[in-house]
Design a protein around this ligand. Structure first.
Ligand code: SAM
Ligand code: SF4
Ligand code: F3S
Length: 442
């Protein structure tokens, strides 16, 4: 009989990709997916360790599952992802309800581990770093994603050791997958009906396999006729090489939103963070890209109130935000992570940190609102992803990743169509499909 698995995912897109691939894997040993918690035989929590309270969130979630199954047969409980890697067997000791703890580089071992558990009822832990073995295994299992917009991991891990960040410890050293295997997976996704591919890596632009770079991958994937859009995330400013910048002038399918996390606008803070680049380098990259295509916009991640950030440094971040006019960005107060170089530094006063974050977010929201307003009464290109459940409208995304809700038709799903924007708010554009006869001639 088929067993059922319930997968819950926290964290970044790489975890989302991994969760899908874990499901592709466990299908081979007779699991099917369920969204109904009560009927699950296996509960898998894919965790994130990037900020505060990550560990507590996991134990809280397990507490909830325990309560739910109090009078029923307990499901097999797996903790995967970055908290699993950081905490390993400690988790089995602290919470006996957990049966298997498995790190992100060990997913190729998940089937034998599940089978072993069912044979021996033994608690297990698997947290070796072995990205090569993981991808050698996953390459043999088809990626079954058929969502219009899907992820494809090309690179894992990080060697940069920014002082605030757990990723080098939870995902291990940098590893790039083979060029041909990535292209095969992209072709397979297109065969499934995928129209947009987002290439993923903790340092996606550090991709390097036998001298093939991210720019080579973009240009090769672009040749797949049914793929309409290509994106990549997350990149590091130090790895914005000439070839990647130039590809913006060549590619027809690479979207004009560059997500390039700067973290801070102050050289002093960047140095304290061990980011190993200067603001002047970042601005140079911005100016070069704008020159290649003036339609390009930037988004970023910001860490506010990093230890040592003085008022002057914060003002430099604020000024950079105003100058670059970042859209679609993320900002967080610094959260000390165990085991990182910045874990024990003196924190900035909570009130000051909150004030700074609010100021930054207000400015970022303002850019978003202005950008969205500027699109009102314009016709924009939208990749249609699905029909919305509530009001029979359609959902898609602009070239800049902004959500678009509009009146359309079922056959638009998977197509890039023109939508006339009538209205907008901070996060969403609202409009209607432009019928062929109404379309403006460019
Ligand atoms: N590799 C990317 C880069 O170098 O910019 C970042 C990847 S990280 C998974 C995503 C974001 O989480 C970072 O850009 C940073 O803004 C945020 N982040 C990481 N560690 C953090 C911490 N200790 N406190 C607050 N935010 C953090
Ligand atoms: Fe973390 Fe990105 Fe720095 Fe690597 S480059 S340590 S993933 S913030
Ligand atoms: Fe979180 Fe791990 Fe991604 S810590 S952000 S799930 S790489």
């Amino acid at each position: 009989m088929m067993k059922k698995i319930f997968i819950k995912t926290f964290g970044c897109q790489m975890n989302e990709y991994d969760s899908n691939r874990i499901f592709d894997t466990v299908k081979k040993i007779g699991f099917e997916k369920t969204d109904v918690l009560d009927e699950t035989d296996c509960y898998l929590l894919n965790t994130c360790h990037i900020r505060d309270k990550a560990k507590e969130k996991v134990y809280h979630d397990i507490g909830r599952i325990k309560k739910n199954f109090r009078s029923k047969k307990k499901p097999f409980v797996i903790i995967a992802g970055c908290v699993a890697q950081a905490e390993n067997e400690e988790m089995l000791k602290r919470e006996p309800y957990i049966d298997l703890v498995i790190g992100p580089q060990a997913y190729h071992k998940i089937n034998p581990k599940i089978e072993e558990y069912f044979e021996k009822q033994k608690k297990l832990e698997e947290t070796d770093f072995d990205a090569e073995a993981k991808f050698n295994y996953l390459n043999q299992i088809k990626n079954s994603s058929s969502k219009v917009s899907s992820f494809l991991t090309i690179q894992e891990g990080c060697d940069k050791f920014c002082h605030f960040c757990v990723v080098p410890y939870t995902r291990g050293p940098e590893y790039s997958r083979s060029f041909n295997e990535i292209i095969d997976e992209a072709k397979n996704l297109s065969f499934n009906g995928v129209k947009e591919i987002t290439l993923l890596g903790q340092n996606v632009n550090a991709y390097n396999y036998d001298n093939y770079k991210l720019s080579d991958l973009i240009l090769e994937i672009e040749k797949i006729p049914t793929i309409k859009r290509i994106r990549y995330t997350t990149s590091h400013p130090r790895d914005m090489t000439d070839d990647l910048i130039e590809v913006y002038g060549i590619s027809k399918k690479l979207m004009p939103l560059v997500h390039l996390p700067v973290q801070s606008g102050s050289d002093k803070v960047l140095k304290l963070m061990n980011r190993k680049h200067l603001i002047s380098d970042y601005i140079k990259t911005y100016e070069r890209l704008k020159k290649i295509n003036s339609k390009i916009e930037f988004s970023s991640d910001f860490i506010i109130a990093y230890p040592g950030e003085e008022e002057k440094d914060f003002n430099e971040t604020f000024q950079l935000i105003k100058n670059i006019k970042f859209i679609n960005s993320f900002s967080f107060i610094f959260s000390p992570r165990p085991g990182t170089a910045a874990s024990n530094l003196k924190l900035i006063d909570k009130e000051i940190s909150k004030e700074r974050l609010e100021k930054v977010q207000k400015q970022l929201f303002e850019h978003q609102i202005l950008m969205n307003k500027s699109l009102e009464n314009q016709e924009i290109n939208v990749l249609v992803e699905n029909k919305t459940e509530e009001n029979n409208k359609f959902f898609g995304r602009s070239e800049y990743m902004t959500s678009v809700i509009f009146d359309g038709n079922d056959e638009d799903v998977g197509q890039v169509i023109k939508v006339k924007i009538n209205n907008s708010n901070q996060n969403t554009l609202f409009g209607e499909k432009v019928r062929k006869s109404e379309q403006k001639v460019a």
